[in-house]
Design a protein around this ligand. Structure first.
Ligand SMILES: O=P(O)(O)OC[C@H]1O[C@@H](O)[C@H](O)[C@@H](O)[C@@H]1O
Length: 293
């Protein structure tokens, strides 16, 4: 942790015991310490970059080469993606993965219930195309819920919780729960394919799949001897991504040797799983994580 808190900004709402507004990596963040967990939540992108339930290693991977600061896309943790995914459904959007992750969000509420802390961040009022809240329930389990409300125009919404799960070695994981599901393979020009029946996905090469499933996914991390259970809600797809050893060399914010340290499992509404919102209508996507030994 790189927190100082010396010139900490003043919180806009009262903070409960165990939560403070300070700094990490030179940017403002909510810093959580309770008997159940520690966590770091950036105002930039409403991006959770660390959640460590007591006695565990971090759920989340954060690149040591990530950029930080207003409008930067932080590499790791849980980037909030929207209002489109990747280049958008028409493949024409210049800002990849939308702009939610490039906003500095406002602190809207922070509460404590026992050892759990619930923090809500909101998009700034001058953002008019949509409004959004991101709610983080931080305890022995982690829940993240992103609610997006269309502004004055209809919105064909894509969104994702682009979670970077920390794993011991991506070559030694099994991804359970997506067996037999159809997917679009983004390593092969979005060709349609089907996940094998009856066996988990064991990544062996660059993997970039938009899987037609909103099922619970369990990642068996052999090297760390733990299982990560990801339970989504309000989603239609699950994106599975790891760049592997060649694509990573094109990415300035991931050390070449670090590609095996994470896998992205992303609950999403994307491609034909988008949600059409009338002006003022909302949709919520969410996920709960637990770690099992
Ligand atoms: O580099 P970015 O914009 O954060 O995207 C990382 C990856 O995010 C994944 O969700 C996409 O499926 C990949 O195609 C993409 O490469």
């Amino acid at each position: 942790m790189n927190s100082t808190g010396t010139d900490a900004p003043t919180p806009s709402v009262p903070l409960p015991e165990g939560v403070r507004l300070g700094e990490t990596h030179g940017v403002p963040a909510l810093l959580v310490t309770t008997p159940a967990a520690t966590a770091e939540l950036l105002l930039d992108g409403a991006q959770l970059i660390s959640w460590i339930p007591t006695g565990e290693q971090d759920l989340l991977w954060l690149s040591p080469d990530s950029a930080f600061g207003e409008r930067e896309a932080v590499r790791g943790g849980i980037p909030l993606i929207g209002p489109w995914f990747g280049p958008g459904r028409d493949m024409a959007m210049e800002v990849k993965h939308g702009w939610l992750r490039n906003l500095r969000w406002d602190l809207a509420a922070a509460e404590r219930a026992g050892d759990e802390v619930v923090i809500t961040l909101a998009t700034p009022e001058d953002v008019r195309a949509l409004s959004a809240t991101a709610r983080f329930r931080l305890g022995a389990e982690l829940s993240v819920d992103l609610t997006i409300t269309a502004g004055p125009r209809p919105l064909e919404l894509e969104a994702a919780l682009h979670t970077y799960l920390a794993v011991g070695d991506v070559r030694r994981i099994e991804i359970h729960g997506l067996e037999g599901a159809a997917f679009l393979d983004n390593t092969r020009g979005l060709v349609s394919d089907v996940m094998p029946e009856g066996e988990p996905l064991r990544p062996t090469a660059s993997t970039d799949r938009v899987v037609d499933s909103a099922a619970e996914v369990t990642v068996h991390d052999t090297k760390n001897a733990r299982r990560i259970v990801s339970t989504p809600r309000g989603t239609a797809k699950t994106v599975v991504w790891n760049p592997w050893d060649a694509q990573v060399t094109e990415m300035a914010d991931i050390p070449d040797a670090a590609w095996s340290d994470f896998v992205c499992i992303e609950p999403a509404i994307a491609k034909d799983g988008y949600v059409a919102l009338a002006p003022g209508d909302s949709h919520r996507i969410g996920v709960t994580y637990r770690i099992e030994r």
